[in-house]
Design a protein around this ligand. Structure first.
Ligand code: FAD
Length: 359
């Protein structure tokens, strides 16, 4: 196969790497996008797709600002992807309802909401009828509930289908089944070494999610000590319901429910350090089922249709400003990994930052 000489090679075709590849190609760069397996088959297939600073942020930080920035970019990101790919993306801006089941939880929620308001994350107190309007499925008595009007959700599988089409339309070369072992940076150029050979380019971006820490990077022959990654496995569970049963995301601690336009309802979640073990843990799935059906007993009538798992790209030593997005000093190698449980939310802002820097 004859490959074009690329300006940039992106390693990892999840939502982070693919968004970067697409945005670079829009800027006229010749881009190759490599993946060890299939494009968008890992965390970016598994993610629930909440775009929800309201559920993630409880203090000011660079990470908080980055989440809010990325959420603001989302409508344009989706519109551009839909028009360039010719595909539709299920993107819903129906807000989120955060529940408190007792007085202590309600007090904590209100305190957090005050901090969030100073960070431009708005919320309002919901009364009983309003709760049922936002979440007709919810029957549980609650001590209080907040509505976060700006929290949204997207189907990341739709996003990945659109990214493939948009990348191809912009001339990105997509190579799947191409695992990269190491990236060697040298004066103004990079060389990638993989099981299938070597590739050269002007620059490289390491965006291999939870696997990023296993790819060696060296600059002028010296190994670079990169932030180590750790896979944080998560289970999710789906139900098939008539559409429009949930207009908003429902959250209570680490239990959440959201519904795609098709009616497919996603219930989450868990977080385990289990290496890259892909097996389904029946006990964890049962736990998610119990929590989801406790919040919304009507789910029992339908019963779950399928569980799945994925590996969130965690950092062994979390950085205060969130994911690791930066240039390796004295090289044309960029890092874009460690988005942990917010990679779907953070893809637009990550892609913009990396594409601007490389340009
Ligand atoms: C259960 C669960 C629920 C989640 N819910 C949400 C949510 O609601 N909202 C949100 O924002 N985020 C959520 N996330 C997190 C989100 O899915 C991730 O942060 C995001 O998908 C990370 O994208 P990525 O492109 O960095 O990684 P990935 O999608 O994992 O992509 C990395 C790619 O790199 C490839 N790769 C690996 N090794 C190599 C190699 N050696 N050479 C070349 N390629 C390689 C892989 O094959 C893979 O395709 C969730 C994740 C899970 C698991």
């Amino acid at each position: 196969m004859h490959l074009p000489v690329s300006d940039v090679i992106v390693v990892g075709a999840g939502i982070v790497g693919s968004s970067i590849a697409w945005r670079l190609a829009e800027r006229g760069k010749c881009v190759t996008l490599l993946d060890a397996g299939g494009m968008g088959c890992e965390a970016s297939w598994a993610g629930a797709g909440m775009l929800a600073p309201g559920g993630e942020i409880d203090a000011p930080s660079a990470f908080a600002d980055f989440c809010i920035e990325s959420l603001k970019l989302y409508p344009d990101f989706i519109a551009a992807l839909e028009s360039q790919s010719g595909t539709e993306i299920d993107f819903q801006q129906g807000g989120a309802v955060e529940l408190a089941l007792n007085a202590a939880e309600w007090g904590a929620l209100r305190t957090r909401a005050e901090t969030q308001k100073s960070l431009s994350i708005p919320s309002t107190v919901l009364e009983g009828k309003d709760i049922r309007d936002c979440a007709p499925l919810l029957r549980k008595p609650v001590a209080g509930a907040l509505y976060y009007p700006e929290d949204s959700h997207v189907d990341p599988r739709d996003v990945m289908i659109a990214l493939r089409a948009a990348c191809l339309a912009r001339g990105v070369t997509i190579l799947e089944g191409w695992p990269v072992a190491s990236i060697l940076g040298n004066d103004g150029a990079v060389e990638l070494v993989g099981h299938r050979g070597k590739l050269s380019a002007g620059a490289a971006v390491l965006a291999a999610g939870a696997w990023s820490g296993g790819i060696g990077v060296s600059v002028k022959g010296v190994t670079v000590d990169l932030p180590a990654t750790v896979p944080i496995k998560g289970h999710l569970l789906a139900y098939s319901l008539p559409a429009n049963e949930l207009r908003s995301i429902i959250r209570h601690h680490n239990t959440y429910l959201l519904q795609r336009s098709t009616g497919f309802l996603v219930a989450g979640t868990s977080a385990e350090r289990a290496g890259f073990d892909r097996s389904m843990n029946a006990g964890i799935v049962e736990g998610i089922r119990n929590r989801a059906e406790d919040l919304c007993p009507m789910l029992r009538k339908y019963g779950p249709v399928m569980p799945w798992t994925g590996f969130r790209p965690g950092l062994e030593t979390p950085e205060t400003d969130g994911p690791c997005i930066r240039r390796v000093p004295d090289s044309n190698v960029w890092l874009a990994y460690g988005h942990y449980r917010n990679g779907i939310l953070l893809a637009p802002a990550t892609a913009r930052r990396v594409a601007e820097e490389i340009e």
